[in-house]
Write a protein that binds this ligand. Structure first.
Ligand code: G3I
Length: 447
């Protein structure tokens, strides 16, 4: 139903106007937090933590821990850390049987002493193998790989929240096949063998499979990884999570079915993590969509960006991160923080307003375009209801569905009443130049 065709009955207008007056009164008092209003944390990690205990993290390079501009942002913004290169096989076992953990330990110490969780990356991978491993094959390689998993996971036991046990083991393209590598040639069961060894070495770490180009639900690679995880769950192979690297570029962009991918993996009984996010030219829409998609899936535990400043990025010429080379926040940062602050932690319920209430309204962010975005609201606790939604001008609601809307005189406060079409209604909001504000639920009243 369009806004123009909305019920514009006099009495309803009056009630809506009264609701607006109440909002104005509360605003005038100054310190009243409206029920259902998401709190506005000022950093990424703090805001993510408020969204159901999620994290917002970054890849960290040990060599940059002496750069105070870098650590200032790291320590302020992030509550999770992944070692960008320092836990890889060539870094931790440069010579067979000789383990070096100095740089990795520095990162772990820096993070844990500040309450940041650590993701281990990565125990078994075809890439960044030290020379001695590259030259191995067969049983000797399989045993060396398992020994590496055991030794490294044991060294960090108790300090790592999630391990990327196996990284990038599937081919791109339409085959859905495993990637050919010396590890794959040791036998198709190398992945599950690595997971079992990791579980034994660190029973409390969550064990993840991590890959890129598994973001689009329709891709053969996504489907192949999905089938592997399904098979592992069916057979009791110890896997707890899937990491979607999400390096979005022109060739592999944010797919509109990303949320479907996240929720489909989650439905297998694993957590999902966005592990290496960066997006060419850091478009605000794509960053915002990624955050909204993660917040919409209860098992999406957090987001890690692959570096802090553009100058720290493995593809710095594409300026894909949230901070510029001078350490200043980019528009993508603002979009991410706003999405986190406005997001639904799998429950941003309203509490009943004085003299009313009896129901709960929960916002779920919907799709975002360049000029507008969708929002849906689900009501529980009543079958007939009215929900008051407040929009920040110059944003304007341009269309609604599955409810009867009325408006206050400013057009910024919508009262949506049930119309018998269910307990979820939705609406489209034009941004009109303000891309970060999001609707707030002011009240939910039964009857
Ligand atoms: O530190 C040495 C330096 O001493 C030397 O002079 C220089 C010359 O090449 O190399 C430096 O090491 C480089 C290292 O990054 C640190 O900058 C390596 O050559 C380079 O290969 C390495 O690249 C890393 C890449 O993985 C290797 O595969 C990137 O930093 C790292 O961001 C990237 O991360 C991967 C994830 O692990 C898995 N997913 C994809 C992601 C992006 O490729």
């Amino acid at each position: 139903m369009s806004r123009d065709s909305a019920d514009t009955g006099r009495s309803r207008r009056l009630r809506a106007a009264l609701a607006l007056s109440a909002v104005g009164l509360l605003a005038a008092v100054g310190t009243v937090v409206l029920p259902g209003t998401a709190s506005a944390a000022s950093t990424l990690g703090a805001s993510a933590a408020e969204r159901g205990g999620r994290y917002f993290g970054t890849a960290v390079a040990a060599s940059r821990l002496n750069d105070s501009a870098y650590t200032t942002i790291l320590n302020r913004e992030f509550n999770q850390v992944t070692a960008e290169n320092e836990m890889k096989i060539d870094a931790t076992q440069p010579q067979q049987g000789q383990f070096t953990f100095g740089n990795a330990d520095r990162i772990v110490q820096h993070a844990r002493s500040r309450g940041m969780q650590v993701r281990g990356h990565t125990l078994a991978w075809h890439s960044q193998q030290p020379g001695w491993m590259q030259n191995m094959s067969g049983t000797a390689l399989r045993n060396a790989m398992l020994n590496h998993v055991t030794q490294v996971a044991t060294h960090f036991r108790g300090q790592i929240a999630w391990w990327d046990v196996v990284n990038e083991a599937f081919q791109d393209g339409s085959s859905g096949a495993r990637r050919d590598s010396n590890l794959q040639r040791t036998g198709n069961d190398w992945i599950e063998a690595a997971f079992r060894a990791a579980r034994q070495a660190d029973p409390n770490a969550q064990l993840c499979y991590n890959d890129y180009n598994i973001d689009n639900w329709n891709d053969a690679k996504t489907q192949a990884v999905y089938r592997m995880v399904q098979d592992f769950k069916n057979r009791g192979v110890p896997i707890d999570c899937v990491g979607l690297q999400s390096h979005f570029t022109g060739g592999s962009n944010y797919p509109s079915n990303y949320r479907t991918t996240l929720s489909s993996f989650a439905a297998l009984g694993v957590d999902v993590h966005i592990t290496e996010l960066d997006i060419r030219n850091a478009p605000t829409d794509a960053y915002r969509n990624v955050v909204n998609d993660c917040l919409a899936v209860a098992r999406c535990k957090g987001i890690t960006v692959w570096g802090i400043r553009d100058s720290d990025s493995w593809r710095s010429s594409e300026s894909p991160l949230l901070f510029n080379g001078s350490g200043n926040k980019k528009p993508a940062y603002d979009a991410v923080l706003a999405a986190l602050n406005n997001g639904n932690p799998g429950g941003n319920p309203t509490t009943p307003p004085p003299g009313g209430g009896g129901c709960t309204a929960t916002i779920t962010p919907g799709q975002v375009w360049g000029d507008r975005y969708n929002t849906s609201v689900t009501v529980s606790g009543a079958s007939t209801w009215s929900v008051v939604v407040t929009i920040t001008p110059p944003q304007k609601i341009s269309g609604t569905w599955s409810g009867n809307p009325t408006w206050d005189s400013s057009g910024n406060v919508m009262t949506m009443r049930s119309n018998g079409s269910g307990n979820t209604f939705g609406f489209t909001t034009m941004m009109n130049g303000n891309s970060s504000a999001r609707p707030q639920i002011t009240s939910c009243t039964a009857g």
